[in-house]
Design a protein around this ligand. Structure first.
Ligand code: SAM
Length: 216
């Protein structure tokens, strides 16, 4: 079975099990995850599991990427901030959904991973993704405000700058907690409302509003 066939089967299974919307299903079916993982893990690219991408980090499991996209209710043309680019896979899925009129700004603390992500994304023609090296716990003020924000590493709490950079009416999805982590959906309107989707497992967020200093 070739990669395209394996990806189609995975996307259909996720659509049926998670009741995915058409747009999230199409994005998972389209983005070639095998081109985002290190060569030695390629044969496992369409197993629904996180995989090592080097530097002690992982590519998120496809079901988690799909669930986060659904929780954010991503729409065409939106400006989205991702914290934790990794190898760029989740950013590519988001970019498929927001389309050419939309924009994904993604911040990664490890310069080598940011380079890999840039290479992966540009090889596949994703011109609507901007990768920035820096402390994503501070968000990325120069391109704020954002319609949607998501964080792919677990934080001690909602970083204040992320909340400030979210549009009124915007949504954020963020894992919170150290050993026990919950995935929160945060809605900013007149105030801030948040609810937990359930327990998850992410690598820790570093930086000013993270668990450890950025350079560690
Ligand atoms: N989004 C990725 C994907 O497509 O599968 C998964 C990313 S991985 C689970 C989490 C990433 O967050 C790691 O690459 C890690 O280096 C990054 N990270 C952790 N703390 C960060 C921070 N303060 N700023 C930016 N990136 C951070």
């Amino acid at each position: 079975m070739d990669f395209d066939e394996k990806r189609r089967i995975l996307a259909e299974r996720l659509r049926d099990e998670l009741n995915l919307s058409e747009k999230v299903y199409n994005a998972i079916k389209k983005v070639p995850r095998h081109l985002f993982v290190p060569e030695r893990y390629r044969t496992m690219a369409y197993v629904d599991t996180p995989l090592p991408i080097g530097y002690g980090q992982t590519i998120s499991a496809p079901h988690m990427v799909a669930i986060m996209c659904e929780l954010l209710d991503l729409r065409e043309g939106e400006r989205v901030l991702e914290i934790g680019t990794g190898c760029g896979y989740h950013a590519a899925v988001t970019a498929e959904i927001v389309g050419k009129r939309g924009l994904v700004v993604s911040v990664e603390r490890i310069p080598e991973l940011a380079e890999i992500a840039k290479r992966n994304l540009s090889a596949l023609g994703y011109e609507n993704v901007v990768v920035i090296v820096g402390d994503g716990s501070l968000g990325y003020e120069p391109m704020a405000p954002y319609d949607k924000i998501y964080v792919t590493a677990s934080a001690p709490d909602i970083p204040k700058p992320l909340l400030e950079q979210l549009k009124i009416g915007g949504k954020m999805v963020i894992p919170i907690g150290e050993t026990t982590q919950f995935l929160y959906v945060v809605e900013r309107d007149n105030g801030v409302r948040k609810w937990s989707w359930g327990a998850v497992r992410f690598v820790p967020l570093y930086g000013k509003y993270g668990f450890r200093p950025l350079e560690e």
